[in-house]
Design a protein around this ligand. Structure first.
Ligand code: HEC
Length: 180
């Protein structure tokens, strides 16, 4: 009985301390100052475990069809290259202040296709990564994953869909709109 009371009292004190810390406003939410080591570990591990567990039962369809990859390339140019860049897309001011930063997906990704599908569909809380499943069906999202699987060399030797080129030249990333 005594032990139980001690445990409950300790728990109550810990909860009060956590609450006090939250209300004190001491935690710095500024995006231009990185997390300390503990919070970084907490956020990263929570994110990795959540994605691994939620994506574990997703069956990956065949992703090799050139049409599917081309469709994904067009979607990527429109919706993703601004944050994640792409071959031929220059860095831009918009993405540089993101925290956590948006990784350059053409430089290789840690996530497996099923995990990429889950991330693209559901997004990642407390980051700038949107949930594209709100506006796009699963088939479209798989086309994007098919394209991601081919990065960074989806383009060599294949004709680019017009929308890819259009997406790149109209993106603020390049600033290289051809003179009309
Ligand atoms: C507004 C910016 C933004 C846009 C637009 C965006 N993302 Fe992201 N994305 C992010 C950020 C930021 C992260 C990192 C989140 C984190 O580390 O928790 C991320 C993470 C990811 C990851 C996980 C990468 C890894 O291996 O860790 C994938 C995959 C991804 N995005 C794909 C996409 C795709 C595909 C699109 C377009 C359909 C897209 N994103 C559009 C900001 C964006």
């Amino acid at each position: 009985m005594k032990t139980l009371i001690t445990v409950l009292l300790t728990l109550a004190v810990v909860l009060l301390l956590v609450e006090g810390y939250v209300y004190s406003g001491a935690f710095d939410v500024a995006a231009d100052r990185p997390h300390g080591a503990f919070v970084q570990w907490l956020v990263q591990t929570t994110r990795e475990r959540s994605i691994a567990v939620h994506a574990k039962d997703i069956a990956v369809p065949p992703l090799d069809a050139p049409m599917l990859i081309a469709q994904g390339a067009a979607e990527y140019a429109q919706m993703c290259a601004g944050c994640h860049l792409a071959p031929g897309v220059e860095d831009n001011e918009f993405r540089q202040g993101l925290y956590p930063p948006a990784p350059e997906l053409a430089k290789g990704a840690d996530a497996q296709p099923a995990q990429q599908f889950w991330i693209v569909k559901h997004g990642i809380k407390m980051s700038a990564m949107p949930a594209w499943g709100v506006t796009h069906d699963d088939e479209t999202i798989w086309s994007i994953v098919a394209f991601l699987e081919k990065l960074p060399t989806p383009i060599s030797g294949t004709a680019l869909p017009n929308t890819w080129a259009a997406g790149i030249s109209s993106s603020p990333a390049t600033g290289s709109t051809p003179a009309a």
